[in-house]
Write a protein that binds this ligand. Structure first.
Ligand SMILES: *[C@@H]1O[C@H](CO)[C@@H](O)[C@H](O)[C@H]1NC(C)=O
Ligand SMILES: *[C@@H]1O[C@H](CO)[C@@H](O)[C@H](O)[C@H]1NC(C)=O
Ligand SMILES: *[C@@H]1O[C@H](CO)[C@@H](O)[C@H](O)[C@H]1NC(C)=O
Ligand SMILES: *[C@@H]1O[C@H](CO)[C@@H](O)[C@H](O)[C@H]1NC(C)=O
Ligand SMILES: *[C@@H]1O[C@H](CO)[C@@H](O)[C@H](O)[C@H]1NC(C)=O
Ligand SMILES: *[C@@H]1O[C@H](CO)[C@@H](O)[C@H](O)[C@H]1NC(C)=O
Ligand SMILES: *[C@@H]1O[C@H](CO)[C@@H](O)[C@H](O)[C@H]1NC(C)=O
Ligand SMILES: *[C@@H]1O[C@H](CO)[C@@H](O)[C@H](O)[C@H]1NC(C)=O
Ligand SMILES: *[C@@H]1O[C@H](CO)[C@@H](O)[C@H](O)[C@H]1NC(C)=O
Length: 264
């Protein structure tokens, strides 16, 4: 059982449209926001809507990209649309595209004419905006989710969790422009295990990725203190930990195939 809370900026929380869905399955919708910066709506059949369709079609029809990061822009200002799709680093290509297709369908349905929107599933994130979004760290809107179960020894559990998250953050931030992702596990007291995962959109600089993840990890006490599982999800980065393995172990071949990837 998972619990969710979310917010954009604390001071405008109450006028926002928030739509949250409790997640239990493996590829579930976690939540989404329409028009979270109040940039407004576009008119049906107008230029912006057509550009958005082009961008989302482009992004979800790409069969070359095998590292789970998609970005695309289309159109001229003021109707230029920018979009980013990011799959969890362990999700393989077909599952990734299927998640992005679900994201596109759900966003189109739930944010029918908003210029800006974001959606998170377990396996991917999709967002678009009329603002430039590439290479920018954005930490809002965000979503917190946690497991109801308590860790048995909270203090020691938190120590191990902090150390694990720190190590994963270092590894992910040092990733290349295709992948900034790390996952791993550690032993907590009383034979508990902690499985952690952290990821940035790989268009972020190393420093921005690190800052974003450090910020997300610092939210753990307020979202998930002493809980055996938790997630902090933002547009630029996300973290998750559980007492069970929720990600695929990479085959060694896949890991090395991604390692030498150079900047495009
Ligand atoms: C934008 O569209 C949404 C959904 O159709 C609607 O609820 C909202 O009032 C519209 N906003 C403006 C400023 O027209
Ligand atoms: C948009 O275009 C379609 C087909 O071109 C048309 O059927 C529909 O009525 C139009 N919608 C609006 C709101 O103009
Ligand atoms: C998507 O857009 C990129 C550039 O933005 C372009 O190179 C590519 O050909 C487009 N792909 C499709 C399937 O339209
Ligand atoms: C929304 O996502 C679900 C998966 O959670 C998917 O089954 C459904 O087809 C999606 N809806 C649309 C309109 O794409
Ligand atoms: C995005 O759209 C809003 C509302 O139409 C507009 O005020 C803003 O200038 C646009 N931003 C860009 C970068 O075009
Ligand atoms: C977890 O611990 C908190 C306080 O430490 C307690 O209020 C809560 O009932 C516990 N939850 C469960 C599921 O045991
Ligand atoms: C983090 O890395 C340090 C140094 O490599 C190592 O000693 C420590 O055990 C790691 N922590 C976890 C929880 O894996
Ligand atoms: C990490 O997980 C693997 C398999 O899921 C397990 O074999 C290993 O013992 C775990 N390591 C730690 C330190 O918990
Ligand atoms: C996508 O992001 C990469 C950086 O990861 C950047 O070099 C490229 O220009 C972006 N593509 C578009 C269409 O903006």
């Amino acid at each position: 059982m998972a619990v969710v809370s979310s917010m954009q900026h604390s001071f405008v929380c109450c006028v926002l449209f928030l739509f949250i869905i409790i997640s239990q399955g493996s590829a579930q919708l976690n939540g989404y926001f329409c028009d979270y910066n109040k940039v407004g709506n576009y008119t049906a059949n107008g230029t912006y809507g057509n550009n958005l369709n082009t961008v989302l079609w482009n992004l979800t029809s790409n069969k070359q990209i095998d590292y789970g990061f998609y970005n695309s822009s289309y159109g001229e200002n003021p109707d230029r649309v920018n979009a980013i799709g990011l799959c969890r680093g362990d999700v393989e290509q077909n599952e990734c595209r299927s998640c992005l297709l679900d994201s596109r369908g759900n966003l189109t349905q739930r944010c029918p004419n908003q210029k800006e929107a974001i959606i998170w599933f377990d396996n991917c994130m999709l967002r678009y905006s009329n603002h430039s979004i590439f290479g920018r760290m954005e930490t809002s809107p965000w979503l917190h989710m946690w497991n109801m179960a308590n860790a048995t020894d909270m203090e020691q559990f938190n120590d191990v969790l902090g150390s694990l998250m720190h190590n994963l953050t270092e590894r992910a931030a040092s990733g290349d422009s295709r992948r900034k992702y790390a996952a791993g596990n550690a032993s907590a007291p009383n034979f508990e295990s902690i499985y952690g995962l952290v990821q940035c959109t790989p268009d972020l600089s190393r420093q921005d990725c690190s800052n974003c993840l450090v910020g997300a990890v610092s939210e753990i006490p307020s979202c998930c203190n002493g809980k055996r599982g938790g997630r902090v999800v933002t547009p630029s980065c996300n973290i998750r930990y559980e007492s069970y393995r929720f990600y695929y172990e990479p085959a060694t071949a896949t890991a090395t195939a991604h390692a030498p990837a150079s900047s495009p």
